[in-house]
Design a protein. Sequence first.
Length: 276
Amino acid sequence: MIKIFKFLFISIFIFTMAISCNDNDQANIESNKSDQKNISNLNESNENISKVQPNTQIINNGQIGIWVYGQSKIMIAPDIVEMSIGIESTNKIVSESVKTVSIDHEKLISILLNKGIQENEIKTTGYTINPQYKYTKDGSELTGYKVSHYSSFTYREIDKIGDLIDTISYGPKSIGDNLRINSINFSIENPKIFESKLRGNAITDAKNKANEIAQFANVILGPPVYISENSPTNFTKQISESDIGIARMSVAPSTEISSGQLTLSFNVNMGFSIVK
């Protein structure tokens, strides 16, 4: 009886091991099939990639083709000047400061109109009333009130800007010591008229750069696939109040302000395909 049980136990064990081995073999077969399928898919994918866009290459930062930056600049003389002028007065009584500034502002408007500046081109940019204090170790003491009136305007006779400053500051019916010149900016009234020339030069610059890159890389440059542009930048030339002060302190009997030249620039970004 014991022999019979031993025989049955050994038979069941052998049968179980056979089934397990068979399952492992089957799993290995399936795994090998899967690996072969993945390799096949990978090869197929690589073949497809080689067929997609055969006339382009990835050159930089994941972008397709050659991407360049083109720039154009021209130097031109300004045709307008924008000025910011302030009138300030300090008095112990606030009404006196307000009155003085009002009178000086009327003088300023009269001078500007006589110089041919249009009234609609003169605008107030700020008006303030600030108490003034004297500070000591014992505290603060109110000494008066400072009233300020700031204006800006456009002047087209830029070669006469020095004469205008002289008339406002120390000529007949001038503002005198209450005058504050905040800024003088030389500019171009209509930079758009130069846009076409600047755009063409910027595109030519970009093409030249792309052709040079293609030549060094030993590839053939294709047509552009992308173009973007930035509008002309109008750089202004600013003269500060300190510069004007130095000019007025010179021996010359009148103020001389040089406008010089300004730089207009135009930029484009272009992408070109590559033909193999």
